[in-house]
Design a protein around this ligand. Structure first.
Ligand code: ATP
Ligand code: MG
Length: 243
């Protein structure tokens, strides 16, 4: 089962939500993978930036190296590049700094099929360019569920409605900073998809990310909201998600 997360606007909290969902999922089921197309996951999870040598691609290229090599790269290489995060959770690191929407679609689709068939997987689709091409979009198309991560922000909503990934999205996760004029109902009405989860913006979450301690101590508000999102996904998928 593959859940893909994307955002129409940078800095929305996509990578933090992806990390939290993967950590909570790992606590529920044996095998969870977090695939990082943005490059921030090692820092968010407090891991050293990994040296991910595999196959014939150059070391340190990670997922972007695998994607660049095309669909002929065996999926075994994905296992070889995996880094243990906590029991039950492995990270597929991003590798070199190439935007995944510039990498071939065939690789993205092959990655998503590999992830979909290998337990529970969360894909951090990386920073947005609003493109309907490239590996990240192809992976989103193959994912079992795709969710947009968005703040209740007019500028983000404007971008979201013109983004081709919206049509692939089953819903939105709202990262709610206090004091906004727009609420979850407004966001759902504009996007035409339901808000399936609400994650509060809290100083304790930002501090845990900054300190690299998220994997050891998921702040309560983030753990609770992530738990609720996984429950919602489990309901939607008839229990196929970690329940
Ligand atoms: N729920 C939250 N509460 C407080 N701070 C948060 C929360 N979620 C994310 N942040 C902070 O917001 C910033 C952006 O978060 P994050 O990197 O997850 O966003 P992103 O959408 O993945 O950005 P990018 O477009 O760069 O990939 C970070 O400083 C992070 O610590
Ligand atoms: Mg990110």
């Amino acid at each position: 089962m593959l859940l893909a997360l994307w955002s129409p606007k940078g800095g929305s909290g996509t990578s933090v939500v992806a990390a939290a969902l993967a950590l909570v999922s790992a606590g529920r089921v044996d095998e969870t993978h977090l695939a990082d197309l943005g490059g921030d996951q090692p820092a968010i999870l407090g891991l050293p930036v990994p040296d991910c040598g595999f196959g014939s691609a150059r070391p340190s290229e990670g997922l972007t190296g695998w994607l660049a090599a095309g669909p002929s790269m065996p999926t075994d290489c994905l296992d070889e590049m995996s880094v243990a995060v906590v029991p039950g959770l492995t990270l597929l690191p991003c590798g070199s700094d190439i935007a995944a929407d510039r990498l071939p679609e065939e690789g993205g689709a092959a990655l998503a099929v590999g992830l979909r068939d290998g337990g529970i997987a969360v894909l951090d689709a990386g920073p947005s360019r609003g493109s309907d091409q490239g590996a990240a979009f192809a992976a989103i198309e193959v994912a079992d569920a795709t969710l947009m991560v968005i703040r209740p922000c007019y500028l983000a909503l404007r971008k979201a409605v013109g983004d081709p990934r919206l049509a692939r999205s089953a819903g939105a996760i709202l990262v709610e900073d206090p004091g906004r004029a727009l609420d979850a109902d407004d966001v759902a009405a504009v996007l035409g998809v339901p808000v399936l989860g609400r994650v509060p913006v809290r100083a304790e979450i930002a501090r845990a990310v900054d300190a690299g301690v998220l994997r050891d101590r998921l702040p309560g508000p983030l753990a609770d909201s992530t738990d609720a999102i996984l429950d919602r996904l489990a309901d939607m998928a008839g229990g196929r998600w970690a329940a």
